[in-house]
Write a new protein. Structure first.
Length: 315
């Protein structure tokens, strides 16, 4: 069985000998992707009790964990100007490349994405959103009437989270909570909007693709910011949207709603064509973003804030 992120990080930290330190960047490379360096730092800040966390420093030698100085001092490592000398830095580190394994999973599952639809009329739209409070995720799934955009039902679920936010690996953080919320709906939506990319992803397999393939559900990826690809304003537009190309292939569109000041990015998740994904995204938008996602976002934030208030009151 593959290691979890926590377990893989723990194995890296356990490989740092007493009296030596390593950087967030080296830990991230050992885990399989240097882009995870900031996520490693954030995880350690939020979980300073992880064994070996005091031996992780930033590139300039500043310890990541606020209380690291004591642990380092006991191992004979003194801070000068709040920094560890470079002579204490490790040049290599052993550990499990969990992110390499997850990237390979994305590439493998990307072959299962279907970029065609059956042409059936859509009666309902779905939307999902996730908010966080520490290691707790609050997910909401909603189902709306596709014609009126009125809410039919909602479902909220809270689950523990054991994976940080790492760019291009969003699915592995959010999918468990999203699945739990969707399973609580009385009926599955005919089309699901996901707040994340689909094919507009370095592995052609963003969160919308992952959710669609795992659930065997037509999905569309909707994102506020580009992650991969290049806008081609000079290319012919479709329904007023600017094509976004990856390696010369149009994988998505940037569309600015009439009442909005900035575009959102549409791409195929699963079991839908790109043209229809754009059409349904436009049909579902009243103001600046598809209505199913706006409704889900509002409820998740309300639920998270309510839980935080209850926790503060009980503490």
């Amino acid at each position: 069985m593959a290691l979890s992120f926590r377990e893989a990080l723990g194995s890296c930290l356990a490989a740092i000998p007493p009296g030596r330190v390593t950087t967030c960047g080296l830990v991230a490379r050992t885990l399989g992707d240097v882009r995870a360096a900031r996520s490693v730092a954030t995880w350690i800040l939020e979980h300073p009790d992880i064994p070996g966390a005091h031996r992780v420093v930033r590139a300039d030698g500043r310890p990541v964990a606020p209380s690291a100085a004591g642990g380092l001092a006991r191992e004979g490592v003194r801070l000068r100007g709040g920094r560890v000398a470079e002579s204490r830095f490790l040049e290599s580190l052993s550990g499990a490349a969990v992110l390499e394994d997850l990237r390979e999973t994305q590439r493998r599952l990307a072959q299962r994405v279907e970029e065609v639809d059956d042409g059936k009329e859509l009666g309902t739209f779905g939307g999902v959103d996730v908010a966080y409070a520490g290691d707790r995720a609050f997910a909401v799934a909603v189902r709306l009437d596709a014609r009126t955009l009125e809410t039919i039902e909602t479902c909220e679920r809270a689950v523990d989270v054991d994976f940080p936010y790492i760019p291009t690996y969003l699915a592995f953080r959010e999918y468990p909570a999203v699945r739990a919320a969707l399973e609580g709906l009385r009926e599955r939506p005919d089309l699901l909007f996901v707040d994340g990319h689909g094919r507009l992803h370095p592995a052609l397999f963003g969160f919308a693709c992952y959710a669609g393939v795992q659930l065997d559900l037509p999905t569309v990826g909707i994102a506020k910011h580009p992650l991969a690809g290049k806008l081609v304003p000079s290319a012919p537009r479709m329904l007023g949207a600017i094509p976004v190309e990856m390696d010369g292939v149009v994988r998505g569109f940037a569309w600015t709603p009439p009442r909005a000041s900035r575009p959102f990015y549409v791409s195929v998740g699963h079991r839908i064509s790109l043209e229809r994904a754009l059409r349904e995204a436009q049909r579902s938008t009243r103001t600046r973003y598809p209505e199913p996602l706006l409704v889900a976002d509002r409820i998740t934030k309300e639920e998270r804030d309510k839980k935080n208030t209850e926790r503060s009151a009980s503490g």
